[in-house]
Write a protein that binds this ligand. Structure first.
Ligand code: FES
Length: 102
């Protein structure tokens, strides 16, 4: 199911925290690539919006692990992948897809 996340693409910062229902997410806009991921590090639940994006990965500021923004893959073995969410942009509005079983 698609939810409106941001009214206008121009409101997007490098990392913008959003809430959709009970989901706390981050919309990132890095070098023109817009991504959406859960604002919770799979390692120890730290806020990923406090980290930074480098080479297509979000780096957690607590222990420095990073996660691929295309696949969710962790830099560390044994750490769960990051939950990613599909987005679509229509006439500058950003929508995020959230499925009830997610
Ligand atoms: S809490 Fe994110 S790397 Fe440890």
């Amino acid at each position: 199911m698609w939810f409106k996340a941001i009214e206008n693409l121009s409101e997007l910062n490098e990392m913008t925290e959003i809430s959709v229902g009970d989901n706390h997410l981050v919309l990132s806009n890095h070098e023109g690539e817009v991504r959406c991921f859960e604002n919770r590090c799979p390692h120890e639940d730290f806020q990923l919006s406090l980290g930074c994006i480098q080479n297509g990965r979000i780096k957690c500021s607590l222990h420095g692990f990073s996660f691929d923004l295309e696949t969710g893959e962790s830099s560390e073995e044994g750490v769960d992948p990051l939950r990613l969410f599909r987005i679509k942009i229509e006439e500058q509005v950003i929508y995020v897809e959230i499925n009830p079983d997610q």
